[in-house]
Design a protein around this ligand. Structure first.
Ligand SMILES: [Zn+2]
Length: 236
C-alpha cells in the first residue's frame, strides 16, 4: 500500500484530492490521504471535503478497510472523479498528536524504571490511557513517572519520522514487537524517533518536537487483571 500523506507530513492540514471510489453514497476513497483512520489506539480525524462548486461534505468517520482508507461523509452527492479540497479539523488532530507523543514518552519512562512493556493504548481528546504489563505495581512510583516525563518534555527534543526497509528495522534493538498493521500494510516500516530518548515503530501522527506537548498530568490508575496495569493521563 502507498504510504499515506499523514505519515509523511503529520502537519498537513489541507490538500486537493480526487475521488477514486464511492460506495453506498457515503463511503469515499481518495487518491491522497491526510485523514488519519481509526487505528492502533489513535482516533480518526474529522474535517471536510469540499467540491469545486463549493459544496461541503463533513467527514464523520475514517477507517481502514481492506488496505484502503474510507471517509464516511454526512450526505450523498460525491461522484467518482470529483476534485475535492480536503481539510482536517486541526485542533482535534493536534491534540491527538500531543497525546500520542506524550504516550511514547510516558511508556519509555515506565519501561526504563520497571522493564514493563506497553501492551496497548487508547488516545482521546480529554484523556488518554496506556496499558502495560507489570506484576509488582507500586503506585507510589506514579508521581515520579509523571515528574520524569515532564522533565523530558521540557528538554525540547526533536521527533524524527523515518521509513526503514522492514528487514533492516527488525535488526535494530527493541523492535521485536511491531503492530501487526504496520507489517501488513506497508513495505517500509515507519519509525518514530524522539532523538536520544526513544525510537519505536509507529503508524500514528506525531509532533516534530516533544516540547509542543506542554506537559502531562496523572488522572487515574487501574488494575486490569493480575499483571495488566492501566494509567490515564491528560494534557496540562
Ligand atoms: Zn506513535
Amino acid at each position: 500500500m502507498k504510504i499515506p500523506l499523514y505519515l509523511k507530513d503529520c502537519y498537513l492540514k489541507e490538500t486537493g484530492a480526487i475521488v477514486e471510489d464511492v460506495s453506498k453514497d457515503k463511503f469515499i476513497i481518495l487518491d491522497k490521504n491526510i485523514f488519519y483512520p481509526n487505528m492502533g489506539g489513535q482516533p480518526y480525524d474529522t474535517g471536510t471535503l469540499t467540491t469545486e462548486d463549493g459544496t461541503e461534505y463533513k467527514v464523520v468517520y475514517v477507517g481502514m478497510f481492506g488496505g484502503k482508507i474510507s471517509h464516511e461523509v454526512d450526505k450523498p452527492g460525491l461522484r467518482k472523479g470529483d476534485n475535492v479540497q480536503c481539510k482536517i479539523d486541526w485542533e482535534r488532530r493536534y491534540t491527538l498528536m500531543k497525546m500520542h507523543t506524550a504516550a511514547h514518552v510516558l511508556s519509555r519512562v515506565i519501561h526504563e524504571d520497571t522493564g514493563a512493556n506497553t501492551s496497548g493504548n487508547q488516545l482521546g481528546i480529554e484523556k488518554s490511557r496506556i496499558d502495560f504489563t507489570l506484576e509488582n505495581f507500586d503506585r507510589e512510583k506514579i508521581p515520579g513517572w509523571f515528574q520524569k516525563s515532564n522533565e523530558i518534555i521540557k528538554k525540547n527534543l526533536g521527533v524524527e519520522k523515518s521509513f526503514l526497509n522492514r528487514d533492516e528495522a527488525y535488526k535494530l534493538q527493541g523492535f521485536a514487537s511491531v503492530s501487526p498493521h504496520l507489517v501488513k500494510d506497508y513495505d517500509e516500516l515507519r519509525v518514530v524517533d524522539i532523538k536520544g530518548f526513544d525510537a519505536q515503530p509507529c503508524g500514528g501522527t506525531h509532533l516534530d518536537n516533544i516540547f509542543e506537548i506542554g506537559g502531562i498530568e496523572f488522572v487515574k490508575a487501574e488494575n486490569k487483571g493480575a499483571k495488566n496495569r492501566r494509567i490515564y493521563f491528560k494534557l496540562k
